[in-house]
Design a protein around this ligand. Structure first.
Ligand SMILES: Nc1nc2c(ncn2[C@@H]2O[C@H](COP(=O)(O)OP(=O)(O)O)[C@@H](O)[C@H]2O)c(=O)[nH]1
Ligand SMILES: [Mg+2]
Length: 335
């Protein structure tokens, strides 16, 4: 049987193998991804980001267990969800201490066929890491996982890229990381749908909570109006205001509330029409990036040997401006 069919039938070994192929940008893996794509679009993708040591892995562990046992919200008859976890940590090599720690903490999750865990370690380029993660999440979506938890270290562009592919972004902070607000970078705060102050058992947690609430209030009065809902044929929805939730991941406190908030956010996305808008924006960006990348590769392939390097040299020696050099390359002018 082809790997695509096996993945769709729930074969975990085939899934793991396919993810490795995709991580390595193997051609047959990318072909399988195209075949799987029509089966995607059902998973709720949740990005979990924040500074190292805030407790993201511990939270993801707890959240996954909770979703397996109780589903999204507390009901008389809980509906268990299947969960895939993608842990992206460019700073730690695969065999590094952090990963080993994750592995030990994740032991509760192993052996449950409704949970699938994948760790991604450092790769050459951060862009490549984001690219591979996007593709792997598509495969996990097609494989039928209801929830995909993507843990990324909150540092710079890569995690913003990865957060962009999530439907719900949870930003995790914790007391004791120095200046309370400084710990969360402005750019990261902007992408947060839910804010978590983990380690609420530690002194200073109250201050962190208060500081975040204050920053959010300021941000909310400044903007947070969603004009696109009015333009579309949907019932007007109040804008989503990110809740600030205290948790103690090591004890499981606040996990029910976190699951509920994620569920509420998803509902908000659906009712406001924002889900469709986010999907459109996300896919547009992805297609534009692929187009750019492939046009560039195709163009350079048809250039005479060393043409780009020669043009680069002319720019470096200030004989030509970058824009001019590029235009001449495209027009095929002799230099
Ligand atoms: N006191 C306390 N420690 C926690 C809590 N959650 C996680 N930790 C500890 O914080 C450390 C880092 O946790 P980890 O989940 O690896 O953080 P990550 O780097 O964000 O993934 C570990 O030693 C955890 O046991 C919490 O709620 N309270
Ligand atoms: Mg971690």
């Amino acid at each position: 049987m082809k790997s695509v069919e096996r993945v769709l039938k729930g074969d975990r070994l085939a899934l793991a193998r396919l993810l490795t192929q995709i991580e390595n940008e193997d051609a047959s893996g990318l072909e399988a991804l195209s075949a799987l794509y029509p089966h995607t679009g059902h998973a709720h993708r949740i990005g979990i980001t924040g500074a190292p040591g805030t407790g993201k892995s511990s939270l993801v562990n707890r959240l996954a267990l909770h979703l397996r046992q109780n589903g999204w919200s507390e009901q008389a008859e809980p509906e268990a969800e299947t969960v895939a976890i993608v842990a992206v940590d460019p700073s730690s090599p695969f065999s590094g201490g952090a990963f080993l720690g994750d592995r030990i903490r994740m032991r509760d999750l192993y052996g449950d066929p409704g949970i699938f865990i994948r760790s991604m370690a450092s790769r050459g380029a951060l862009g490549g890491l984001a690219r591979a993660t996007v593709d792997m999440v598509e495969v996990l979506d097609a494989a039928g996982f209801a929830a995909i938890l993507i843990e990324t270290v909150g540092a710079g562009q890569a995690e913003v890229d990865i957060a962009r592919m999530a439907h719900t972004v949870v930003v995790v902070d914790a007391p004791g990381l120095g200046d309370d607000v400084q710990a969360i970078k402005a750019g990261i705060l902007e992408i947060a749908d839910i804010l978590v102050v983990n380690k609420a058992d530690l002194p200073g947690a109250e201050n962190t909570l208060r500081a975040l609430q204050l920053v959010l209030e300021l941000a909310n009065t400044a903007q947070r109006t969603k004009p696109d809902a009015a333009a579309r044929d949907v019932a007007p929805q109040p804008a989503w205001v990110p809740p600030v939730l205290p948790t103690v991941a090591i004890q499981g406190d606040g996990i029910v509330e976190l699951a509920q908030a994620i569920h509420d956010h998803r509902e908000h996305l659906d009712l406001s029409g924002e889900y469709a808008a986010r999907e459109r924006a996300r896919v547009r960006t992805e297609m534009e990036e692929l187009l750019r990348q492939q046009l560039l590769e195709g163009f350079l392939m048809h250039q005479p040997e060393g043409a780009f390097e020669a043009a680069l040299e002319l720019v470096l020696t200030k004989k030509k401006a970058p824009r001019q050099a590029v235009r001449e390359m495209i027009e095929g002018k002799k230099r």
